[in-house]
Design a protein around this ligand. Structure first.
Ligand SMILES: C[S@@+](CC[C@H](N)C(=O)[O-])C[C@H]1O[C@@H](n2cnc3c(N)ncnc32)[C@H](O)[C@@H]1O
Length: 328
């Protein structure tokens, strides 16, 4: 089993074991309450994850999906920075630790990690789940509030996953600036909605202004070629659902697709993909239509036909979010 599949499997088992003890009725009620909180007006001035039932529901209902979204973003980042491995990580608004699991699924080895969050029950459950995973033995789970006074310890990598949407604009700016001051690389992931994309673009602009280069998903560090309001850049990660996940979330499909937007940027030189597939490829008879964002700072549609030989085979295998042409 590869690194990534093995971390995903360990996470699934650890969540399953942990939640076995939680009565299904209580889990469903906590999920309903969470959904209502997340639909409500954000930001809030107190943690949404208030107690163990909330956090257990979050872990079952959302953590497998946020883990897969961050893992996809990190994989694209690792492709653009092939010689680089983070020696330390700070995960801001890390909650139950999905992004720390995703880092361990992308780069082998252990590294000092600090998870910061204001919700103590999330940190406690994160610590418990991580105990099942030796690469996460060196994690500090630390209570901290994200606001204008936030200063982060230096780290190779700062991750910020599904957090900006819970913050007011000044705190979002303060968080991105603090990450830029502390890190060699910053990876920010948000829900794949028009608003999530807008927050990612806002963060991307701040990182570039602070001297970072974009490693992924964009092939360049110039302005995003999407006309504001006309579309939003987002990707999709497949999340396999355990029976417990199905029980908590309802539905019978063995998987779901998590939509996310992201930016991965670094202070050191990176090699972004020459182009990225920004929609699900359309496979027609003898041809594949690829929507690309290109290094020339534009969006384009390329048709790859059988006449293109090996490239056609690659196009048939290409997935939404992949580099194009594929990284060999
Ligand atoms: C949607 S969860 C994401 C958790 C985790 N990063 C993930 O990807 O699964 C948002 C997290 O941000 C934390 N958070 C929100 N606002 C915060 C603030 N002002 N200070 C510290 N943590 C905050 C919440 O407690 C929660 O754990």
């Amino acid at each position: 089993m590869n690194l990534s599949a093995s971390a995903a499997e360990t996470l699934r088992t650890a969540l399953g074991d942990l939640l076995d003890g939680l009565p299904p009725k209580q889990a469903s009620l906590a999920v309903d309450r969470l959904i209502a909180s997340y639909r409500g007006a954000t930001p809030t001035d107190a943690p949404i994850l208030r107690d163990r039932a909330d956090v257990a529901a979050y872990a079952a209902y959302r953590m497998p999906a946020t883990f897969e979204a961050v893992r996809s973003a990190l994989e694209a980042f690792a492709d653009a920075a092939p010689g680089w491995t983070p020696q330390s990580q700070v995960d801001v608004g890390g909650g139950t630790g999905a992004a720390t699991w995703a880092v361990s699924a992308t780069w082998a080895g252990t590294r000092p990690v600090t998870v910061l969050d204001w919700a103590e029950p999330a940190l406690a459950l994160g610590r418990e789940v991580a105990a099942a995973h030796p690469p996460l033995e060196d994690v500090r789970w630390q209570r901290a509030r994200i606001d204008a006074s936030l200063v982060l310890d230096t780290a190779d990598l700062v991750t910020v996953s599904y957090v900006l949407n819970e913050l007011a604009a000044p705190d979002r700016a303060a968080l991105v600036d603090a990450a830029a001051s502390a890190a060699q690389a910053v990876v920010i992931v948000e829900p794949g909605t028009p608003d999530g994309y807008a927050r990612v673009i806002e963060a991307r602009d701040r990182l570039i202004a602070a001297g970072f280069r974009v490693a992924a998903p964009c092939p360049h560090s110039a302005a995003c070629p999407i006309v504001p309001g006309s579309d939003w850049c987002h990707f999709s990660a497949r999340v396999s659902r355990s029976s417990l996940h199905r029980q908590v979330k309802g539905g019978s499909l063995p998987y779901e697709d998590e939509k996310f937007s992201y930016v991965a940027a670094a202070r050191f030189p990176v090699s972004p993909a020459p182009a990225r597939v920004v929609r699900r490829p359309q496979i027609r008879k003898g041809q594949v239509l690829l929507d690309l964002c290109e290094v020339e700072e534009r969006l384009s549609r390329t048709t790859v036909t059988k006449k293109h030989g090996e490239l056609y085979k690659a196009a048939r295998d290409a997935d939404w979010g992949d580099a194009w042409p594929p990284v060999s």
